[in-house]
Design a protein around this ligand. Sequence first.
Ligand code: PCA
Length: 322
Amino acid sequence: MSFLKTALAASVATLATTAAHAENWDMPMAYPADNYHTENAQIFVDAVRECSGGDLNITIHAGGSLFKGDEIKRAVQVGEAQIGERLLSAHANENPVFGYDSVPFLATSFEASDKLRDAAKPTLTKVMNAQNMTPLYSVPWPAQGLYFAKEVNSLDDVQGVKFRAYNAATARVAELAGMVPTQIEAAELKQALATGVVSAFISSGSTGVDEKAWEDLTHFYDAKAWLPRNTVFVNSDALAGLSDESRKCLLDEAAKAEARGSETAAKLAGGFLDQLAEGGMTVAEPGEQLAADLQEIGATMTDEWLESAGDDGRAIVDAYRK
Ligand code: PCA
């Protein structure tokens, strides 16, 4: 065989092996393509493609386009998607452990949120593994504040207000405050605000900017109630099916994405509030009475969560406070 032929045969063989091993994964995500969570994940999947030598190609489907937010966890569990991102606290009705990041006033800074994430990791991994999933990384949203269509000085001002909830904790805040909660994914929030289905919600400045909240609402109170997290997780069978090299590459890049995501969120947080103000909203700390009312709700909800999450919840809080 001539040199050229040998070289050609060798490269065809390499191609064949690559093709046989190449994995194409779908990654449903619920938030907009230009949100920093999605952009961070795009850097992650690009790096994974690179370090796997093209063997692991992950395609992001942003904005709930492949699966809606509330379908993503199940889709990954049953293998309809191999990997996905979800606000896991939205599944706290199924297991209170998923709501570890939405306990009011437990962790209210980026630093505390990362510490709580580490404290929850063993328990969350155990719970996810039992559902055939493996958590890869999680990234915080900025601290949660309250959006209203009027000035609010105490809960007396919000009785009966229609409130958008994104998980059990936000629905409970509304109930305890005397508001009327409706569960609405971020992808449907703008429509709900525009049509008056809701006129208030709790979220970060990030989502307020994504939704151009100033077009529908007037006040943001920076309550710093908690920092919920989006978690990226993978179907455990899909993970086991990877080559050792691809699996290592995925896990290494996940660790980088987690650190990068926290840093990015912290860097952007202040600017989001500036944008709300630039849009015309009043951005303020909650006044004395509203702050006291929220603390009282927080204390009730902390007791309720500890009660419902049992030993798993206790393990998370103990590890966090250590
Ligand atoms: N934005 C997401 C969850 C928390 C946040 O800041 C949302 O409102 O859906």
